[in-house]
Design a protein around this ligand. Structure first.
Ligand code: NAD
Length: 464
């Protein structure tokens, strides 16, 4: 069910040139409650379906999404701007969450035990947690939606999905595809709005709602946690990051540069996992920096539909202004520009791939997510110093460690306060693995078996 009554419309823009590609009616709190009504109506039937039946519907959705890869990818390029090859990759990655959770739907296993005192027996079952509000960001408009819808539906929950206002079209396409795959009316309800605060307030004040799964910035996450408090709603939070990327003295520099390009430039740097601080051992700093500068300078920037483009525009003017501000501040405090550090003239929100070295402590870019194609480099001389620098942030989503000695890299990864570690690898995301952060990067995990558990409530039976 897609909710939007007669309302003010809001535009969906193409970030490559700022043109309006579509407009949608903006849902308000009443529409959001109508979506909760629909989810409540469908809840009992969906929860009581055989797990295998839910699994097969999700499997059909995976197959449909795989068949429609090109259509979904083109929609992603239009409203989000990433190059078509990356958008195809996202559409496949998004479909994989539906496949993984179609397989997990039949594994909501419980536990049985004799009580330690021998007095009785204990049985633990898992039930769907209830109606879930899913709020997703614009940077991976397809994958962030299926990473939540997949486990929610597998667990037997019905949902209200509120996509980011920048990228609602991809979410609507996915909802259509789920209906075609056999998801019953009312199980997935999409609420599109450009005024999300009152919608979230209305839904999270409704006692029928038992779960919030949010991906977005830490600031908005904090506010939503407050809204969850009155009804004691369970919250899974995938928030911001400030990922350190460590290059040790014994790293293979070619591998480190390839990893850096993946960790920095995947999604144009607009990823919560994006390397935000490069910490490089003194002895290899120039070799790493000059090779990374060469690789960054060679990146071709352009409209995502241009076959040669490897980097698209930033999502909007505010995002580009933020990148400019952080780069200007770093330079003012003493950073050296190795390449880039400028916006690209013309329509759209393009920014040149940028490498800064000699970034000074206290620079804002070290504490804020740059969310763009900018690599700030600092050096270190001993590994304890590198670990301390890596941990000098309130975030803890992912860290990258490059060394020829896997045991040493692993030991450092264990010291870094983070939910995920890439060892000689610039990408960590996989539908089969528990994705998520520590500290202010979030609560809970998405993907793997953990992702399913976020939407299940254990129930313990005691009997003789
Ligand atoms: P954002 O927090 O501004 O928006 C995210 C979502 O929250 C959008 O749907 C938006 O409409 C909604 N929202 C905004 N204000 C709201 C409010 N007051 N009440 C309810 N909903 C509200 O973030 P963004 O700019 O869209 O996305 C970028 C952020 O997301 C970055 O910080 C990034 O690190 C994070 N992110 C995290 C992960 C992860 O898995 N940890 C993945 C992708 C993005």
């Amino acid at each position: 069910m897609v909710i939007a009554t007669e309302r003010r419309r809001f535009p969906v823009l193409d970030p490559a040139d700022g043109s309006v590609i579509d407009s949608l009616e903006s849902a308000g709190p009443d529409d959001a409650i109508a979506a909760v009504d629909a989810a409540a109506e469908a809840a009992e039937d969906w929860a009581s379906r055989a797990p295998r039946e839910r699994a097969e519907i999700l499997r059909r959705a995976f197959e449909l999404m795989t068949e429609r890869n090109e259509d979904i990818a083109r929609l992603i390029v239009r409203e989000m701007g990433k190059p078509l090859a990356e958008a195809r990759g996202e559409a496949s990655y998004a479909a994989e969450f539906l496949r993984w959770f179609s397989e997990e739907a039949v594994r909501a296993n419980g536990d049985f035990a004799v009580a330690p005192a021998g007095t009785n027996r204990m049985l633990v079952t898992h039930a769907p947690i209830g109606i879930a509000l899913l709020i997703t960001p614009w940077n991976f408009p397809a994958a962030m939606a299926t990473r939540k819808i997949g486990p929610a539906l597998a667990a037997g929950c019905t949902v209200v999905l509120k996509p980011a206002e920048e990228t609602p079209l991809t979410a609507l396409a996915i909802a259509g595809l789920l209906t075609e795959a056999g998801v019953p009316e009312g199980v997935v309800n999409v609420v599109c709005t450009d005024d999300p605060a009152p919608v979230a307030e209305a839904v999270l004040s409704d006692p029928r709602v038992r779960k919030l799964s949010f991906t977005g910035s830490t600031g908005v996450g904090r506010r939503l946690l407050e809204l969850c408090a009155p009804q004691v709603i369970s919250a899974s939070m995938e928030l911001g990051g400030n990922s350190p990327f460590l290059v040790l003295q014994d790293a293979d520099i070619d591998v480190a540069v390839a990893g850096a390009m993946a960790a920095k430039m995947r999604n144009g740097g607009e990823a919560c996992t994006a390397a935000n601080r490069f910490l490089v051992h003194d002895s290899v700093a120039e070799s790493f920096t000059s090779r990374l500068t060469a690789a960054m300078s060679a990146v071709r920037v352009g409209n995502g539909f241009d076959r040669t483009a490897q980097l698209g525009p930033l999502i909007n003017a505010a995002a580009r202004d933020k990148v400019e501000r952080l780069v200007a501040d770093a330079i003012e405090r003493g950073a050296r520009v190795r390449t880039g550090a400028q916006r690209i003239p013309g329509p759209g929100y393009f920014y040149a791939p940028t490498v800064l070295d000699r970034v000074q402590p206290g620079s804002q870019i070290l504490s804020e997510e740059v969310f763009g194609p900018v690599a700030p480099i600092m050096t270190f001389s001993d590994e304890d110093e590198a670990i301390a620098l890596a941990n000098e942030t309130e975030y803890g989503l992912v860290a990258f460690v490059f060394s020829r000695d896997l045991r040493r890299a692993m030991a450092i990864g264990e010291e870094i306060e983070t939910g995920m570690v890439g060892l000689n690898r610039g990408v960590v995301s996989d539908p089969a693995a528990p994705f998520g952060g520590t500290k202010q990067s979030g609560i809970g995990r998405e993907g793997g078996h953990h992702g399913l558990l976020e939407f299940l409530e254990p129930k313990y039976f005691a009997f003789d």
